[in-house]
Design a protein around this ligand. Sequence first.
Ligand code: ADP
Ligand code: MG
Length: 733
Amino acid sequence: MSEIRHNALIGWQENAKLTSSGNKKLENKKISDIFGMNVFDMNTMKEYLTEGAYFSILAAKKQNKKIEIETAEMIAKGMKKWAIDLGATHYTHWFQPLTGGTAEKHDAFYKPSSSNTNGIENLTAAELIQREPDASSFPSGGLRSTDAARGYTVWDPTSPAFILEIESGKTLYIPSVFISYTGESLGYKAPLLKSIESLSQAATSVYHYFDESISSVIPTLGCEQEYFLIDAGLYEARPDLMLTGRTLFGRKSAKGQELDDHYFGVIPERVHNFMNDLEEESLKLGIPVLTRHNEVAPGQFEFAPMFEELNVANDHNMLVMDLMHKVARKHNLRVLMHEKPFHGLNGSGKHNNWSMATDTGINLLSAGNQPGNNLPFITYFVNIIKAVHDNADVLRASISGPGNDHRLGANEAPPAIISIFTGSVMEKLLADFEKMGLNPNAPEGNPKMELDIPKIPSAILDNTDRNRTSPFPFIGNRFEFRAAGSTQNCSLPMMTLNTMVADQLNSFKKSVDEKLSNGTPKEQAITQILQGYIKEAKSIIFNGDGYSDEWEKEAEKRGLSNVKTTPYALDAFITDEAQLLFERNNVLSSKELIARYNVLQEIYVNKISTEACMVKELALTHILPAAIDYQSQLLKLHKGYNELGLDKASTDIKTQIEEIHGHTHAIRNYIAQMDKAGDQMHGVKSVNDESKWLNDNVKPYFDKIREHADALEILVDDSNWKLPKYRELLFIK
Ligand code: ADP
Ligand code: MG
C-alpha cells in the first residue's frame, strides 16, 4: 500500500485517542453561565460605558442613528477597558471581502509613549471607527484599479464586538464593513445592511395599514449549517480534498447512505466531543446554538443556532464556520464545508430560515390560529410569493457557485428551478382568498391530531408539512431558503431576498395607496391587489416532488427557468432589470452589482482551473501509476497467465488506462489553450467568457476521467491504491 494511505489508516486511532477526552470545561457550569462572556453586548456595555454612550449605541441599533465622534471616543474607551480586563492584547476590524470568507488585520493596543517609558494600551475613536488595511489584493471586480486601491473598513455598531481566544492569547474583533476610497462596497456586509434597511422601511410602512403603533420591522435569520467531518490524517492523504474541498476521484463504497441508518442516529463519540467543544466556543461568543444531529450521509452532520436579527445571524454564521475549522483541528478532524465533497452522496447546504418581526415582537409570517382570516399574514405571504416569482432568476443567481452546481439539479438536492412549497393547507388558503377574499369562518391553521395511543397526548399539527425537495418552502412561520450552498456567505442570497421583497412591498404600497385615494375601502383595496398577485404569481408554487423528472417538464411548461450552471445563472445579475432593482432600493449601484458578478465569475474560473490541474495531477501521479504498477505485477508474476484468464483483467485495466490518458491529454490541451487565451483576454469582461468556456469545454472531462479512474479502483489490488477510499473517509471515526 502506498505509504501515505497506509500511514493515514494506522494513524487515525492515535488521532482519535489524542482527543477522545473531549472538553470537560463545561462540566459544572450551566450554558447561561458562559453565554456571551466574550461579547461586548448590551449588558457588558451598561457596565463599561457612560449612560450617554450606552444610549447612543442603543439608538444606533434600534433607530438607525449615527454615532457621533465624541460618543465613539467613549465607546472606544469602554471597549478597550473591557477587552484588556479580559486579557486581550490586540484588536482587529473583522470584515467580509468578496472572496466569500472573512478577513482580519490585527493591531496591538500597545503603543510606545513619550510620557511612559513602558508605553500604554490604547484604542482611540478613530481606530475603533475606521481602519485602512492594505487590502489591495482582495477581488474588487473592477471597482478598484491598482493606482486607486485604497480600501477602508468601518465599524458596524449593530453587530457586537467580541473576543476570540486561542491558547496563546486573545484578540478583540470589531465587525466592520469594507468600502473603497470612492465609497463603493468592496465586501458583503454594507449591501446587506442597506438591504435590511430597505426591507425594514418597506415592511414597516405596509404594516401601518394594520397597526400604526409599530415603529420598525427587522428580518430574522436562522442558518442551519450542514458539514462533513473526517479524520485529519485521511484528509491529508487526499490532495483533492486539501486543494479543492471535494473528492475528484473515489468510487462509491459498498455501503453508503442507502440504509438511512446515519440520519439522526447516535452521534459518534469523537464527533460528539467535537460538537461539545464547538458549542462551548460558540456560546462564549454569544452564538445561541441549540441543535445538533447526524445528517443523511455517513460522516455528515448539522448544526443550528436559534434565529437572530439577520445581520448578527450572518456574522455568527461566518464566525461559526471559522470556529468549526479551528475546533476540528484540535480533535484531529477536518471539516468539509464544500457543497458536494462526495460523489453519489448527499451534499451540504445552508438552510436560511428567514422571516420578519416587528419591534413589538410580532412575526409577520406567523399564520396565527386562523390564517384564512389574517390579512397582515396573507399580505406578507403573498407579496413574498410575488417577489420570488418575479425575481426567480436573480434569486437563483444569488446561490450559484462551482460547489453548489453539484447540488442544484442533482438528484438529492433542491433543483436549479426556483419554486415555492406552501403546503396543501396554504395552497387552499390562497385559492380561497383569490376567489373570495378573507374568510371569517376560515378553519383553524393548526388542527389537532388525536393519537390512538394510550397515555400519549394529542399532537398539534403544523399548518404545513415539510418538503425537502423544495428550494424555498414555507415552514408555518418562516420561509426556509434551502438551496443556498454550505460554504456561502449568506449575505448575498439574503441581500437579494431582502431587496426583492422590499421592492415588491413598495410597489404593493403604491398600488394600495392609489386605490385608497380613489376611495376604495382599505381592506377591499388590499384584497383586490393581493388577488391579482396570486393570479400572476401562482405558477411559482409547487407542492410536489421537486426531484422528479416530471417537475422539470412541468416547470418548463410553466415558463420557469432551470439554469444548471453558475456561469450562466450569474447572468441574471447583469440584466437591466436586476441593475434597476438593486439601484432603486439603494442596495447596490450597477457598478457595484457588476463588480460582484465579475468577482463571482472569476472565483468560478479559479476554482475550476484548480480542479482541472488537480484532476490532471492525480490522474497522472496517483491513479495511472497504481494501475500500471498492478498491471505489470499481473504480467510478471503469473505464469500461465492466459489459462488463468488473467489477460481479461489486464485488458480491462489497459482500457481504463488508455481512456484516462486520452482524456487527461484533452484537459492538458485545454489548460494550455486557456493560458494562451488568458494573455490576450485582459480586462474584466474576459472572465465572463472564460468561465463559460471552462464550464462547457473543460469541466465535462472531469467526470469522464473520473468514470474510468473509479472503475480502476475495483480492478487494482487494494494495496496498490494510493488515495484513501470512500469507505475509509466516511466510516472511520
Ligand atoms: P429543521 O431542521 O427542523 O428545519 P432546525 O430546528 O434545525 O429545524 O432549524 C430551524 C431554524 O429556523 C432555527 O435556526 C430556528 O431558530 C429558525 N427559525 C425559527 N423561527 C424563525 C423565524 N421566525 N425567523 C427566522 N428563523 C427562524
Ligand atoms: Mg430545516
